[in-house]
Each structure stands twice: as structure tokens, then as C-alpha cells.
Design a protein around this ligand. Structure first.
Ligand SMILES: [Zn+2]
Length: 99
């Protein structure tokens, strides 16, 4: 949706994923970290999209609508458990380096 590739002046990376928990896992479900803060928005029409969020060694189960703040340097992953909706990933710079 927005990245340095599209708009070089932009320092923000925004990706919107349409999610169906029945379907194959997307790439961000693999634990990774960034040099920048990240914000995730989990949205759905019927507030039934459920996610498992791992932040370092802590695990949270969240249900839409919700906002997740991931401080830079923290290893994290997100995995849809049930429902359908949207997963919005905002990284406050384009330094998306997986490790
Ligand atoms: Zn991330």
C-alpha cells in the first residue's frame, strides 16, 4: 500500500492483508524483528477475527478490533486463529529486515 519503492520520500511502510484464518499462513507469521517500531491493526466487519500474537517470550490472544504496538528490536509474529478480516501492518520506516 505504501513503501519506499512506491514513494521514495516515504519513511513509512503500510501493508494491508485480507485474512482468512482457514487459508495458508502469510509471511509475517514467522518470528522476525525490525529496527523500527511497528503497529498492527486487526479489523473485521463482525469483530470475530482472532489472532495469536507472540512478542518475545509472551503470547497474547486478541480479537478484532484491536491495535498492537511492537517496539523496535522485539522479536514478534502474528498468526490468525479464526475468522476473517484485515490485518494492517504499519512500520514507521521502510527498514523491514527479517532475522
Ligand atoms: Zn514485523
Amino acid at each position: 500500500m505504501l513503501s519506499k519503492k512506491m514513494i521514495p520520500q516515504s519513511d513509512t511502510h503500510i501493508a494491508v492483508h485480507f485474512v482468512d484464518a482457514e487459508k495458508k499462513l502469510p509471511e509475517y507469521s514467522i518470528p522476525h524483528k525490525h529496527d523500527n517500531d511497528e503497529i498492527n491493526l486487526i479489523l473485521s466487519e463482525d469483530s470475530k477475527l482472532k489472532y495469536k500474537i507472540d512478542l518475545e517470550d509472551e503470547t497474547y490472544t486478541v480479537t478484532s478490533p484491536c491495535t498492537i504496538f511492537i517496539p523496535k528490536g522485539l522479536t514478534h509474529s502474528a498468526q490468525a486463529i479464526s475468522g476473517k478480516g484485515m490485518f494492517v501492518c504499519i512500520i514507521l520506516s521502510d527498514g523491514h529486515s527479517s532475522k
